[in-house]
Design a protein around this ligand. Sequence first.
Ligand code: SAH
Ligand code: SF4
Length: 342
Amino acid sequence: MDKNDIKSLNLDELTALIKEWGEPNFRAGQIFKWLQQGVDSYEEMTDIPQKLRDKMANSYNIVTIKCKKRLESTIDDTVKYLYELSDGELVESVLMKYNHGYSICISTQVGCRMGCSFCASGLNGLTRSLLPSEMLGQITATQRDRGIRISNVVLMGMGEPLDNFDNVVRFLELVSHEKGLNIGLRHISLSTSGVVPGIYKLAECKMPITLSISLHAPNDEIRSSMMKVNKRWGVAELIKACKDYIKVTGRRISFEYAVISGVNDSDECARQLSRLLKGMLCHVNLIPANPVKENSYKKPDRATIQKFCDKLNAFGINTTIRRTLGSDIDASCGQLRGREIE
Ligand code: SAH
Ligand code: SF4
């Protein structure tokens, strides 16, 4: 973590700092609130004495992010943002509107080292992990841009959250704090490609978030052909970690399955998948795969996906097909940044 990054400090750390500086305790709460609401400078902290603002400015940076590009869907209310970080790196966030409010999909890393064959985010490997303040910044900058309050967050943008474990857990602590954005952990989902040690560690945190597993295949042969991570931690090991997670947290797991024509959409795949997940407290989300120009994968037609979905439900596995939002603005992760840095 960057030691000068004041937005990534939690309330206890800020309180200790304020005490060390001989300031009254309540200042910590005031400052924390300003920071978590996404101020871009100390000058916005109008109820903090100028001397204290100067003192903070001398020792700590306020991490800011700038909107580099904004794409608005014309078929639904989805908005895609390309944000520039303080070192010029680019990340993507997607704002989606649902009946129950606004949901944002944020990035946790610049690039990704996992290198899944169907994904645009990992094409150039990992550049760096994001700070907690940079994950928060995607939410606060978007809220300010639209004049809205975001009520749901999904960690499903660029990057592998469990490959940036400490910063992601710190972000979860900050974003759900009642003096901060106060977004309940039950309204947050974290998606992982299956970093098994991270799943065990996350279970120990006992946070009531929703864990999504990007499973995408029912066996090692197919999964390893799509996801390098499967060669390190195979399907059996991954499912064992998921069962442990459910036991420790009591939370239902969501399995993501991007359906790719001729790769993982056969009847046999549906059968194997149902055998794998039988009896687990889980839900399967089928995603029509988004073609990425670097690979030759194809999205199956709607009827094939529906048949796959019906089959799983018939086998007793709770399955739905994910609604596709923002299909006219490359709303799936990595695609916009990819175009920008080409
Ligand atoms: N690294 C994490 C979270 C970010 S990826 C993970 O892999 O889970 C978010 C989701 O988008 C994952 O389920 C991923 O498998 C999926 N995804 C990536 N590229 C896709 C594509 N071209 N079509 C459909 N889904 C894709
Ligand atoms: Fe990384 Fe997730 Fe993309 Fe795989 S799917 S390369 S883990 S962002």
